[in-house]
Ligand binder design. Structure first.
Ligand SMILES: [Ca+2]
Ligand SMILES: [Ca+2]
Length: 385
């Protein structure tokens, strides 16, 4: 009599996670800033955002032959980048956060250095963008009583940042002006003086990054009307330039985010089923194992990506690595190890006849599992044939 007992053993899974970087691309075709931005957005991700000294080095490494200037993504948006120091959306009704009362010809970013909002006599008590470093009197917002904003005159001369700190420490904030009546109230408080109000802006990155990293050349930015930024390809230092001049430019390609929750969801002796979650709607992937690469496209919808690798050998450990792919750039890989099923086949012979009951068969199998040191919890399936 011969009986075979077949056991399957579960596999173990190990996950490694890595992180990617930005890839810069130097485009040696002189264009004005707007056209350079369009090419970068069409062919790459966007004009370069530079957020660290390491990024400066990486941009410098995109070309060794060109030592002139090249556009990067930083620029002035004189109309749309203004913000109020008091950053509480519930404070502003519809349209009130964007109420403006600029003097004719302002904001003009004179000398390329005007990032703070003031008003006063020579602007007909309307608003001007001025250099934040100027010492001005200021108007603080001190809270709302009976539904009306109240404002406080501050006599001491301070630059905009100091004025902001003073108002925040002693009242609520520098004055926000939400509408014409409040403009008139602040005007009465200012009484013809030049005063800081809470309006300010920064240069903005083409891709919307809020990075405050800057790497200006000495005395830059320095020129009225120069509202786009170029980097020297030799020194890595930045200057403001007239957006209409034609310069080569630096684009970047974002490394796609690596996949999440890469896992093995099942296996048998010859196949392993892998699953991972899409990130940022990226739908192209490369699966790498045993020195081969397979392109995989995600199905439509939000669900995970499932892929079964077949024609594998039993009881073998494989390393699978999956990359997100965007254009020519792939994410850092995420790897797991998965083991195809082991099969233990016991052939048991008896010297004398007689059928074993099911209970006796189970007991015999338990003895064999113990004898061969197989962890009982790893036995996924058992069968008697
Ligand atoms: Ca101005
Ligand atoms: Ca300049």
């Amino acid at each position: 009599m011969e009986r075979g007992l077949v056991l399957f053993v579960l596999t173990g899974v190990i996950t490694n996670v890595g992180f990617g970087q930005t890839h810069y691309n130097f485009v040696n075709t002189p264009l004005n800033w707007t056209n350079a931005q369009r090419v970068c957005r069409d062919d790459y991700t966007d004009l370069a955002t530079i957020e660290s000294a390491a990024d400066v080095d990486a941009v410098g490494n995109t070309t060794s032959s060109d030592t002139g200037k090249a556009w990067i993504g930083l620029h002035d948006d004189l109309q749309n980048s203004w913000m109020w120091s008091l950053n509480d959306s519930s404070f502003y009704g519809e349209g009130e956060a964007t109420y403006r009362n600029w003097y004719s010809g302002q904001p003009d970013n004179y000398d390329g250095r005007e990032n703070c909002g003031e008003f006063g006599r020579s602007y007909n008590d309307k608003w001007n963008d001025g250099p934040c470093s100027y010492n001005r009197r200021s108007v603080c917002f001190s809270g709302t009583w009976n539904g009306k904003a109240t404002f406080v005159w501050i006599e001491t001369l301070r630059n905009w940042t100091e004025a902001q700190r003073f108002c925040r420490e002693n009242y609520v904030d520098l004055a926000s002006i939400r509408n014409e009546p409040e403009h008139e109230m602040v005007k009465r408080v200012a009484d013809g003086n030049y005063v800081w109000i809470g309006l300010y802006r920064r240069k903005v990155w083409s891709d919307g990054s809020d990075s405050l990293y800057r790497n200006w050349e000495n005395n830059q930015p320095n020129t009225t009307g120069e509202t786009c930024v170029a980097t020297s390809l030799e020194s890595g230092l930045w200057s403001d330039e007239d957006c209409s001049i034609q310069l080569p430019f630096v684009c970047y390609t974002a490394t796609p985010a690596h996949v999440e929750d890469f896992r093995s969801t099942g296996q048998n002796q010859t196949s392993v089923t892998l699953q991972w979650n899409k990130v940022n709607n990226n739908i192209s992937f490369i699966l790498q194992f045993n020195g081969t690469e397979t392109n995989i496209r995600a199905p439509d919808g939000d669900g995970p990506v499932t892929h079964t690798v077949s024609s594998l050998s039993a009881a073998t450990e494989y390393t699978f690595t999956v990359f997100s792919v965007f254009g020519s750039v792939r994410s850092s890989g995420v790897s797991i190890n998965a083991v195809t099923d082991y099969v233990y086949r016991f052939k048991v012979s008896f010297s004398s006849g007689g059928e074993l009951s099911q209970h006796e068969k189970e007991a015999l199998l338990d003895q064999l599992i113990e004898k061969y040191g197989l962890p009982p919890q790893s036995v996924r399936n058992r069968s008697i044939t």
